[in-house]
Design a protein around this ligand. Sequence first.
Ligand SMILES: C[S@@+](CC[C@H](N)C(=O)[O-])C[C@H]1O[C@@H](n2cnc3c(N)ncnc32)[C@H](O)[C@@H]1O
Length: 217
Amino acid sequence: MAACADILLARGKPCRNLKEAAETFRAPVDYAAVFQRDGAVELEVGCGNGGFIAALARREPNKNFLAVELCTNVVLTAMERIRKEGIPNVRFLNIPAEILQCYIPPHSVERIYLNFSTPLPEAGREKQRLTSDRFLAIYKTLLKEGGEIVQKTDSVPFFEYSMRKLRENAFVVQDVTYDLHASEYAAENIVTEYEHNFSQKGIPICRLRAVYKGEGA
Ligand SMILES: C[S@@+](CC[C@H](N)C(=O)[O-])C[C@H]1O[C@@H](n2cnc3c(N)ncnc32)[C@H](O)[C@@H]1O
């Protein structure tokens, strides 16, 4: 962890109570200082081992990327990958997405990637789904007007739940496919670790883009 300290912007929880942290703690990332330049900022929530963000950052060298991951062992693997490959435009936050607004300046993000977030189908766990009202309210405070969420999942029920929640929360859902790899979006797609495993089993991948038009829209 110490060897990757310069690419890790935040770690853990600022206080025990997540709700209190989300409401009161602010330590906004200074993009100019961190990336040493201007440029669009994109965010992946639940980056796992970092294969997706590494490939995206190589493909888009003029953009700046933030990768958020709850699990410390997993984010360590992702950071080591970025360090080993010498990719300059990715930084990490080892925090729960519940407190993103503590670190991400308001309306500063152009795109949020939600790749294979855990579907959590149990009714009692809805609040933990990364496309529940609770998280969409957070993303809306981070996204620029006209910013967007790109979601991929193998779970059709979770996909349809997400579409419903996005529409209820002032997002315009477009570019929807229930079989990404057979779609017109396949050529630009970067396959994530989970996506690779699901595809190997013959499971089709769902994908959408949801544009946030702002509260006044
Ligand atoms: C199913 S994995 C997908 C990993 C990767 N995106 C992929 O497609 O291969 C979901 C990841 O999201 C992370 N995660 C789940 N809930 C989270 C939260 N509330 N905040 C941050 N990360 C979270 C998990 O630790 C896990 O690494």
